[in-house]
Write a protein that binds this ligand. Structure first.
Ligand code: HEC
Ligand code: HEC
Length: 221
């Protein structure tokens, strides 16, 4: 296990370097400026279609089905939509929506708009299950060791690492149902667009119960 973790840590470092080095530098730079180089004002009207599900202010109109986008890094939104467009990430509804954004500038503006909205924020849960989720978030679990500690990558408060790093998304305050679905999709291999398979490795080390618990905690951040 230690060997596996060591190799994995190296992979993470390589991916981070590759990102900065140019493979996806535009994404990182776009996120780096928080609103990217898109124009949030122009993005407001360009994102009307998106607002139909993700809300005018980037807060989901149906928490059981749609994620929040408010205050997510522009570079991350940009990458995800591009992944849906290329087929690297798949969802019947969202892939169809992504295909309707044909201009790169429009996508930058839309991403900038949602990034500029008041950041998603949950209500802390005091439940027993959320407490065990908090432990997992901060310290990892038996199977993954500290490698599974979400906070190492997503930030202690779940709001990512810094404005110059769109590699690790904001997850704190995200809709619980969406968090559970993503973790299960990474675990089953339905979602495979994570750089260096970082999330697949983490999610495969979580039981369904742990997924539920950590999602309960993260949704409340
Ligand atoms: C009909 C409803 C609907 C509309 C309209 C819609 N989306 Fe989505 N969106 C979804 C659903 C459902 C998901 C979750 C899909 C999944 O699980 O992969 C999603 C996921 C996303 C994600 C991934 C979020 C994350 O945190 O990784 C982004 C980014 C996104 N949508 C952007 C957009 C943009 C930009 C538009 C407008 C061009 C748009 N959406 C329009 C339903 C919609
Ligand atoms: C080694 C770093 C790392 C660790 C540890 C990690 N993640 Fe992630 N996570 C990522 C990366 C990178 C992505 C972005 C994947 C992409 O670009 O599509 C991500 C994406 C996610 C997403 C999808 C967000 C969205 O908006 O679609 C969720 C949910 C998530 N992580 C939850 C967790 C949880 C819960 C834990 C702890 C159990 C965790 N992560 C631990 C690196 C990490």
């Amino acid at each position: 296990m230690t060997k596996k973790i060591g190799m994995f840590a190296a992979l993470v470092a390589i991916t981070a370097a590759a990102f900065v080095g140019g493979v996806n530098a535009e994404t990182v730079i776009a996120g780096g400026m928080s609103e990217g180089d898109g124009d949030p004002k122009a993005g407001k009207s360009k994102s009307e279609l998106c607002q139909g599900c993700h809300g005018a202010e980037g807060i989901s109109i149906d928490p059981a089905t749609y994620p929040d986008l408010a205050g997510q890094f522009a570079g991350y939104i940009f990458k995800q939509v591009q992944d849906y467009q290329s087929g690297n990430r798949q969802d019947d509804t969202m892939s169809a929506m992504a295909s309707m954004v044909t201009s790169r500038q429009d996508l930058k503006d839309i991403s900038a708009y949602f990034a500029s909205r008041k950041q998603m924020k949950g209500k802390p849960s005091n439940s027993k299950v959320a407490k065990s989720g908090a432990r997992l978030y901060k310290k990892g679990n038996k199977k993954l060791g500290e490698y599974g500690a979400c906070g190492r990558c997503h930030g202690e408060d779940g709001k990512g690492q810094s404005k110059t790093n769109a590699l690790f998304p904001v997850i704190g305050g995200q809709q619980k149902a969406y968090l559970i679905k993503q973790l299960k999709d990474f675990k089953s291999g339905k979602r495979t667009n994570d750089p260096a398979g970082m999330m697949a490795m983490v999610a495969k080390g979580l039981s369904d119960k742990e997924i539920e618990a950590v999602s309960d905690y993260v949704a409340g951040l």
